[in-house]
Design a protein around this ligand. Structure first.
Ligand SMILES: [Zn+2]
Length: 610
């Protein structure tokens, strides 16, 4: 050892040094009430701020030393953005730390920086005195981060749409706003939230602050983290008898004008009230503020480092979110699934269970067949689909028969940094392989669809450019729900000036799911081999990882869906290559024809020696 410290000893020293540092004397809420000014850009009541009673404990926990994770499951319009502003100001002023603040995407981050962060700094002199210069954008075009520096740290704002935005320095404080939107916007399967939180793992007093409205029950990160936490609910005292309780939207009671047969002629939302469970007296919206003053947060679970808070819109101080407003909003949403979903998410702060079209292949083992050859008799042509992730390429080879009956041939994953050439060379070798058809001939892959978006776009473009004469098509998912599976023509507006095809991913999934649901051999039916290890439970989970939402859009409810994506790209490649399966059915499969070897004429004297 020679007197040097082990890693463990070092970390203890660091820990002790941190503990022994003078701690700020003020809690988060005390600091806000003493120092903080609200900006006119971000508040209808600018100037010296006083926190609402329900915000005080949140503010304290967001700034304390004990809580590593804070999650706020919340409706819109309860001032979470303000709390984030205040917390950042607190850390800059009281506990200098680097801060990484993430909004769902770059656009929203820029909006946040302009409308919230900048005015907050401007109007709080104690902060602007510390901050060095203006918010600056990253130097190169791809660097979309926003940065500010101050003694003891750097504030950085990023969009969560790409996990790459998080691959930077370590920070003590990580803030993640509207995290459920991330699931819908983030690049494929990359769990950007985890990546972001990893940035804080070096600090014993790290702080991960997350918040947002829950969106879809099954995929909600807000709900997942709320459940992991100690689940604090806001109990309010009855204004008449003082009995503390929690209420939900179901507890709202309002009068109705009834017809003689008892049917409702008219709802009267202005009459809405709550009934005290104890004294049975009526409680109205105008009691709300007084009740909040006497309110308290009660944890329903044990605290294990994760503080989670839940409120819904009945607590909102916004003049446009009174209890009658909430009832009116509910009444106007009845019968309209999209509005009801918004009501659940944004007012009740609850996840929504969509009525999806979906499919589960739980009995997948029964669906596997032993192929008589690598490529079964009925296969007429092979295509491949390539999904590009940061650290790997995933490829499926699919054999197509008459009427788009399909046979999965093999599924491979090539690991490596897809921004570098090596893994693409591996792909290239693989795509050139020959597959043995049941009739004895050998087949090569006739067309390949490559996902070029999100990950390593430049290398994907280069690969497609170099191989365009081999029917390697560069694909990009079209946003429009009704875009055709493949477009009539390519676009050339990309950087590499290669033909890029906007694939109608949603339409492709409509077709693929209808094929997956087909239970009789023939048109559209899908076959999978039992004689390769690649078609396992994980593959089938990924293949069926999406559901069709009310609006007809396919959305994923599992983190990984690559198996479905590669299937989409294989189908797109088949269509882009304009393969006429009917013609092939009569002519015979598209076999690989070996090049005719050049005749070698050797000098006779040379032959003579042997
Ligand atoms: Zn009461």
């Amino acid at each position: 050892m020679g007197g040097s410290l082990s890693e463990q000893q070092k970390s203890i020293v660091v820990h002790l040094t941190n503990i022994l540092k003078p701690r700020p004397k003020l809690s988060g809420s005390e600091w806000v009430n003493k120092y903080f000014y609200l900006s006119p850009e971000s508040s209808a009541a600018p100037g010296k701020v006083t926190l609402y009673p329900y915000q005080e404990e949140l503010m304290d926990v967001m700034c304390d030393y004990e809580t590593q994770f804070v999650i706020f499951k919340k409706p819109t319009r309860v001032g979470f953005t303000k709390l984030l502003n205040m917390t950042q100001a607190y850390f800059i002023h009281q506990r200098p730390s680097s801060i990484l603040h993430a909004q769902p995407n770059n656009e929203e981050m820029r909006g946040y920086a302009t409308d919230e962060f900048e005015p907050m700094v401007r109007d709080n002199k104690i902060i602007s005195d510390l901050i060095d210069g203006k918010v600056v954008r990253g130097k190169n075009k791809t660097d979309r981060t926003l940065k500010k520096s101050y003694p003891g740290g750097i504030w950085e704002g990023v969009g969560a749409e790409s996990s790459r935005n998080f691959n930077r320095r370590t920070v003590r404080v990580f803030m993640a706003d509207e995290i459920d939107t991330w699931v819908l916007e983030a690049d494929k399967a990359g769990d950007t939230l985890t990546t972001g939180m990893r940035r804080t793992s070096d600090f014993w007093d790290r702080k991960n602050i997350m918040g947002g409205k829950p969106i879809i029950k099954e995929t909600s990160k807000v709900l997942e983290w709320f459940d992991k936490g100690d689940q604090r609910h806001r109990y309010l005292p009855c204004p008449h008898c003082g009995h503390k309780q929690i209420w939900g939207f179901d507890d709202f009671i309002w009068d109705k004008e009834l017809a003689e047969d008892g049917s409702v002629i008219r709802h009267l939302p202005d009459t809405v009230y709550l009934k005290c469970a104890e004294c049975k007296e009526k409680i109205y919206d105008h009691h709300k503020r007084e009740m909040d003053k006497g309110g308290e947060w009660v944890a329903h679970e044990e605290f294990t480092g994760i503080a989670s808070f839940y409120i819904w819109a009945m607590f909102s101080y916004s003049p446009n979110v009174t209890w009658p407003d909430i009832v009116r909003e509910f009444l106007s949403a009845i019968g309209n699934p999209l509005k009801l979903k918004a009501f659940h998410n944004e007012v009740l702060a609850q996840g929504w269970e969509d009525e999806f079209d979906s499919l589960e292949i739980t009995d997948y083992k029964d669906r596997l067949e032993e192929y008589e050859a690598e490529v079964p008799e009925e296969v007429l042509i092979l295509t491949a689909g390539v999904d590009t992730q940061d650290n790997r390429l995933e490829v499926e080879v699919v054999g197509w028969g008459r009427y788009e009956e399909s046979w999965s041939i093999t599924y491979r994953t090539f690991y490596g940094d897809t921004a570098k050439p090596f893994v693409w060379q591996e792909l290239d070798l693989f795509l050139a392989s020959k597959f043995i058809h049941a009739s004895g001939g050998s087949m090569t892959i006739s067309a390949t669809g490559v996902d070029t978006q999100g990950h390593s776009t430049k290398m994907a473009y280069e690969y497609c450019k170099a191989n365009k004469f081999k029917n390697v098509f560069a694909l990009k998912g079209a946003n429009q729900i009704d875009a055709p599976i493949v477009p009539l023509a390519a676009t050339y507006t990309n950087k590499a000036k290669i033909p890029l095809y906007m694939a109608g991913v949603n339409a492709a999934k409509d077709v693929i799911f209808s094929y997956l649901a087909t239970t009789e051999r023939g048109a559209g039916y899908c076959h999978w081999p039992s004689n390769t290890p690649y078609y396992n439970a994980e593959y089938f989970k990924q293949l069926t990882a999406e559901k069709r939402a009310e609006d007809g859009r396919w959305v994923k409810f599992r983190a990984r869906n690559e198996a479905l994506d590669v299937r989409v790209y294989s189908l797109a490649a088949l269509l882009l290559a304009k393969v006429d399966l009917e013609l092939l059915f009569f002519r015979g499969p598209a076999f690989w024809v070996p090049p005719v070897p050049k005749e070698v004429v050797a000098p006779s004297s040379y032959l003579d020696e042997y």
